[in-house]
Design a protein around this ligand. Structure first.
Ligand SMILES: Nc1ncnc2c1ncn2[C@@H]1O[C@H](COP(=O)(O)OP(=O)(O)O)[C@@H](O)[C@H]1O
Ligand SMILES: [Mg+2]
Length: 401
């Protein structure tokens, strides 16, 4: 079997990912509305609604983001901060065109810096709009807001059984259901994946295909392949026959991660116990490396080895050490402050050992974090910590260009 080179520049399509509208505009006056409606008919199917950028923010907090978004900023006091606010609620991969009344170089520059692809000063003409749509869709270097990519979080266990998959699954559920984010959960243990099981989902077919034939991966492929839990948690995990060995090059996962990051706020990856080229690759390029340990000496030692693995610049700041199963080992446990000292790191999160909670959740077909209590609080704290971390934006994408 021949592996296609996944680093080849993917073809740029201007099709909206399935489930997302192609173009959407919010404008405050009838003339602009008419011009945009005409342009959408000619260039790009789309919907024009009445309202300004604030209305757009309200709308997009609850709905899927279009690929092209036109927003009116003419009656807004602080347009640049509204653009930042908009970027927070939008899904990754949105190109924004702003329209307004002020023709000022300073404003234009600030808007571009905030991530807007193009700024048009009213009155709109079909020509101006066509040009702006063209820039937004095919611009040589798309604007930052469209480069805003979902955060890649790689979960690795210092050793087996510490609860790595458990934390990855529960955190994903939390982001999706408590923070209202779109989350992709990718289980890279292709033979013994457990993430689907933990969510009571069947294995998803197609993950192996996605890694063996990266060029096949696009939004439609994902739409068919991922299993949905609730409204916003999408899972990819498989159970390949144990007798089949898979030899995948490190870069096999690049294309999949790239497409996922364009469509999800978070891409959470559960890495298998035994390191493979693919999992090392994910660990290397992750924005956040979540290392799960329990209170044993062995876990502390192995966590230190893991965090010494190189990655992007600023590796250490990306690591979050999670102590799971706190309380399980009783007096024999390595104390949390001793662990922090040995690892020379602050510990990002401490999760209690709660076998009774896990047993009742399992019996009821629930994910443990769904039940309020100490476990859910710990996962919530972890979600807050990780969502506050900076995403490595452009630099890591250079790897793929
Ligand atoms: N905080 C916890 N309290 C109680 N049980 C837990 C906790 N974390 C994990 N477990 C249980 O430990 C077992 C191993 O967890 P798993 O996530 O599969 O480990 P790993 O991925 O590190 O091998 C599972 O049965 C899980 O339900
Ligand atoms: Mg696991």
């Amino acid at each position: 079997m021949e592996l296609v080179n996944p680093t080849a520049a993917p073809e740029k399509t201007n099709k909206a990912p399935a489930g997302r509208p192609a173009a959407l505009a919010f404008v405050t006056d009838a003339e602009s509305e008419a011009v945009l409606q005409g342009a959408f008919l000619e260039e790009e199917p789309g919907i024009v609604l009445r309202g300004n950028i604030t209305k757009a923010i309200q709308h997009l907090s609850g709905a899927r983001s279009p690929r092209i978004l036109v927003v009116d900023i003419s009656d807004v006091a602080l347009p640049v901060s509204e653009v930042h606010h908009l970027a927070d609620v939008c899904e990754p991969g949105v190109s924004v065109i702003a329209i307004g009344a002020r023709n000022e170089v300073g404003l234009y520059r600030d808007l571009l810096q905030a991530g807007v692809a193009e700024y048009i000063v009213k009155p709109l003409t079909p020509d101006l709009v066509a040009k702006a749509l063209n820039t937004a869709l095919h611009g040589a270097d798309a604007a930052p807001i469209s480069r805003k990519l979902g955060k890649l979080i790689a979960f690795a266990g210092a050793r087996g059984g510490v609860g790595t998959s458990t934390i990855a699954v529960n955190l994903s559920w939390y982001f999706a259901n408590r923070h209202g984010r779109r989350v992709a959960l990718l289980d890279l243990d292709l033979h013994n994946g457990v993430c689907n099981l933990m969510l009571n989902l069947p294995p998803s077919s197609g993950l192996r295909d996605a890694l063996e034939n990266p060029l096949r991966v696009d939004s439609l492929f994902l739409e068919r392949t991922m299993t949905l839990h609730g409204e916003r948690l999408f899972v990819l995990g498989s159970q390949e026959p144990l007798e089949q060995e898979l030899h995948l090059p490190a870069t096999a996962v690049d294309r999949l991660i790239e497409v996922l990051r364009e469509q999800f706020h978070y891409v959470v990856v559960d890495l298998p116990r035994l390191p493979s080229a693919v999992s090392r690759r994910v660990f290397e390029i992750a924005d956040t490396r979540a290392i799960v340990v329990d209170q044993t000496l062995q876990a502390v030692r192995d966590a230190a080895r893991l965090s010494r693995l190189d990655g992007l610049d600023g590796g250490e700041q990306r690591d979050v050490i999670i102590v799971n199963r706190k309380g399980e080992a009783g007096r024999r446990a390595v104390r949390v402050d001793e662990m922090a000292g040995a690892l020379e790191r602050r510990l990002g999160c401490i999760v209690p050992f709660q076998p009774a909670l896990f047993a009742t959740a399992g019996a009821q077909g629930l994910v443990p974090v769904e039940q309020n209590g100490r476990f859910a609080d710990a996962i919530g704290a972890l979600a807050t910590e990780i969502s506050g971390q900076r995403t490595q934006r452009i630099s890591r994408w250079r790897l793929f260009r």
